[in-house]
Design a protein around this ligand. Structure first.
Ligand code: CMX
Ligand code: CO
Length: 142
């Protein structure tokens, strides 16, 4: 079961300036930041609220670390904006297998490493009415 919105991924050119915008405008603080070399992003997670299943909801601000990364390519084409949505689940492996059986392309054979020790996979946006969709099982660091 997909039980919550884990995060909204937002692509930006300058992570520090974008973090400052969210702090100054809404009062959101950085809960966690990291570089994920595999995904080619420098990212900041802004925690919006906690939920009873032990997960929480975040904004994930993403700055590319290289031009040929998913976010780098997307920014060059579209400019800044909402890049993906992520649904939280206790069982990313099972959800990915079920959704693959429905004919939606799941991009990874096995979930990969996401923010804060989470395990993530993605569904192809062309199979999801134009929305790049991520599935996440939280790690222990949330
Ligand atoms: N949302 C909606 N559509 C998107 C998209 C997005 N974020 N990214 C690409 N597309 C569309 C493109 O517009 C393009 O459509 P057209 O053919 O109509 O022009 C099509 O998908 C192919 O796009 P592309 O620019 O040629 O890019 P690729 O096929 O090389 O890559 C994708 C697309 C989805 C496979 C790639 O972005 C990917 O693997 N994404 C998953 C990983 C990721 O996004 N990591 C960063 C976030 C990390 C995190 O959340 O932790
Ligand atoms: Co994400």
């Amino acid at each position: 079961m997909l039980t919550r919105i884990d995060h909204i991924g937002i692509a930006c050119f300058d992570l520090d300036k974008t973090v400052e915008f969210y702090r100054a405008t809404y009062g959101f603080e950085v809960y966690h930041s990291e570089i994920n070399e595999e995904q080619g992003v420098r990212e900041a997670m802004l925690r919006i609220n906690g939920t009873s299943d032990g997960g929480a909801s975040y904004l994930q601000l993403l700055e590319p670390t290289r031009e040929d990364s998913a976010v780098g390519k997307w920014l060059a084409k579209n400019g800044e904006g909402v890049h993906h949505i992520a649904f939280g689940t206790e069982d990313v492996d099972g959800e990915a297998a079920d959704i693959r059986e429905k004919g939606v392309r799941v991009l990874y054979d096995e979930p990969r490493k996401g923010s804060m020790g989470s395990r993530i996979t993605f569904l192809h946006p062309k199979d999801c009415h134009g929305v790049l969709t991520e599935l996440v099982t939280s790690g222990t660091e949330h």
